[in-house]
Design a protein. Structure first.
Length: 113
């Protein structure tokens, strides 16, 4: 099963993970966001629906994604483009792909300062 971990990571933490990968240490698949605010801005409820519908499905056209989430193709297109720009989805042939079979979300919420 190919799992991606979504989380919050500083630039330094991301650099450490990249350096470890260059040394040949297995890192797994990560999509990191610089802050909670950015994560929630990119991964809205409607975009989570899209990811859920696409997880483990291979390449899909935007029209098919829209059908699976019961939404207008134009609105889905805007969300898909935002997810592509954020590095969450990839273009594939005549459609898009979320190349993972599972999603793990990893972050810690701490008390406010």
């Amino acid at each position: 099963m190919k799992t991606v971990t979504l989380g919050i990571a500083s630039v330094e933490a991301t650099k450490r993970r990249m350096a470890a990968a260059f040394r040949g240490e297995e890192q797994g698949a990560f999509i990191s966001f610089a802050s909670f605010e950015l994560l929630w801005k990119v991964l809205t409820a409607k975009r989570w629906e899209i990811l859920h519908a696409m997880t483990g499905q291979g390449g899909l056209t935007i029209r098919e994604v829209g059908r699976r989430v019961s939404r207008d193709v134009k609105a889905v297109h805007g969300d898909v483009v935002a997810l592509i720009h954020a590095g969450v989805l990839e273009r594939s042939g005549d459609g898009v792909v979320f190349p993972y079979d599972a999603v793990h979300v990893d972050f810690t919420l701490r008390k406010a300062a």
